[in-house]
Write a protein that binds this ligand. Structure first.
Ligand SMILES: Cc1ncc(COP(=O)(O)O)c(C=O)c1O
Length: 431
């Protein structure tokens, strides 16, 4: 059978017509009239910050994820800082984490004067590899910080066991994973502390905002104090009980989430099921439409590798990261990225490995050398996040699929069909 004809449509980057007229972002919020009304109602109320909406939002959120306690923060980053503090991280301590994440995951360890120790990720999910974590455990390990990359839960059971044996806490950075399920349970009660973000590209937004959930009353108390200057009582309780006296019992911060934001969050919780279902639908559509560009063997001759889903897991699909099989393409990731942008598809890259950022290279030269985390580094060279947000329409999804076929089809190196390769034996296959 002759190879299929090359894609003849002229790319927008070469002067052709773009797939879309206007840029489709990789992620964005969707707010309904009732979310807006909820905020307006608070603006007309007595409390703009730390009023009744904070507790209501925390309670509803804890219920939704199936956790005992939820403590809100002004951002996911502040929530991570609260978790690092509450885990007791301090000077001389270490926390093991993934390099393939947003820098805030590792920065929270530095905020506490402790040292982040990176361990490489698994090739399929790009989540922290428990085997690699084991190699990094030391007497100084106080926490393991796993990230549910793209919304796929980390190997929580294995990591929990490793953490318990090391007498360390398991912190789950679930900023991508609100609503994700692991072995039949929503993430939120499966680690010692679970962190969420309410940035506009997430499943639920409060503008900026974050949450820590936990099953441990003492951790919840430490988190509450930490986000409020280390003060032992709250202004609203003092006002309502006619008290003025308070004490600062530890060094905390002002990391409080406002009533304005909490009202928005509370209103958005109502839509979470629907938002999640839509993201799962989009992931299914991408997988069906792009399957013909993927191989039956990982890293085979096909130009694209789709995100993997392990058994017993239902991802929340914050991102849809595809990996380019650069050996089967005649362009670099940078060129393909630019070509997709020219088609007005707002692709993105998640993530530059944290140890490769200039700050980390300068501060930790010995543990930031290239090649130390080969799977994460290789994934970074190949990864492109396709647009993924719950308000995407069927046309938006179709545009992305069309653009990926157009661009990847253009750069795909023509090869023999798979059955011909298979009959030659593995040693002759291109990998
Ligand atoms: C994995 C991860 N952790 C932490 C954060 C920080 O969250 P925030 O932006 O709410 O501070 C993000 C933000 O996108 C993230 O993706």
């Amino acid at each position: 059978m002759p190879p299929s004809p090359p894609n003849l449509e002229k790319l927008a980057i070469d002067g052709g017509t773009p797939v879309r007229e206007k840029l489709l972002p990789y992620g964005r919020q969707s707010l309904d009239e009732d979310d807006i009304q909820a905020v307006i109602d608070v603006l007309r109320s007595d409390w703009l910050t730390t009023g009744p909406k904070v507790g209501e939002f925390e309670e509803a959120f804890a219920d939704w994820v199936g956790a005992k306690y939820a403590v809100s923060f002004s951002s996911g980053t502040a929530a991570l800082h609260g978790a690092a503090f509450s885990a007791g991280l301090g000077s001389g301590d270490e926390a093991i984490t993934t390099p393939l994440t947003f820098c805030a995951t590792a920065n929270c360890v530095l905020y506490q004067g402790a040292t982040p120790i990176f361990a490489d990720v698994c090739g399929d999910t790009l989540n922290l590899d428990p085997g690699e974590v084991l190699k990094k455990i030391s007497s100084r390990t106080k926490a393991i910080i796993a990230v549910d990359y793209a919304g796929h839960p980390a190997e929580l059971d294995e990591l929990r066991e490793i953490a318990e044996r090391a007498r360390a806490l398991l912190i789950e950075d679930a900023c991508h994973a609100l609503g994700a399920e692991y072995r039949g349970k929503r993430v939120g009660s499966l680690a010692d502390m679970t962190i969420f973000s309410f940035h506009p590209v997430k499943h639920l937004t409060t503008g900026e905002g974050g949450m820590v959930t936990t099953e441990d009353a003492r951790l919840a108390e430490a988190l509450r104090r930490f986000r409020n200057h280390g003060i032992s009582s709250e202004a609203r309780d003092r006002q309502e009980s006619g008290q003025w006296f308070y004490e600062m019992v530890l060094l905390g911060y002002n990391y409080r989430l406002t009533d304005i934001a909490c009202a928005m969050g509370l209103s958005q919780i109502e839509k979470l099921e629907r938002n999640l279902a839509r993201r799962r639908e989009i992931a299914g559509e991408y997988a069906r439409a792009l399957r013909d560009m993927t191989g039956v063997v990982p890293d085979g001759d096909f130009p694209v590798r789709l995100p993997a889903t392990r058994n017993g897991v239902s991802p929340a699909w914050h991102l849809y990261p595809i990996r380019l099989n650069l050996e089967a393409l005649s362009a670099s990731r940078a060129e393909i990225f630019r070509a997709l942008r020219a088609e007005n598809i707002g692709v993105n890259v998640h993530y530059i490995p944290v140890h490769q950022h200039p700050y980390y290279r300068a501060r930790f030269p010995e543990t930031s050398r290239e090649g130390m985390f080969p799977i994460a580094e290789d994934a970074y060279e190949r990864v492109i996040s396709l647009p993924m947000f719950h308000a995407m329409t069927a046309e938006d999804v179709a545009d992305v699929v069309r653009a990926v076929h157009k661009v990847i089809g253009h750069y795909a190196i023509e090869r023999e069909p798979v059955h011909a390769l298979a009959s030659k034996g593995p040693e002759q296959r291109h990998v």
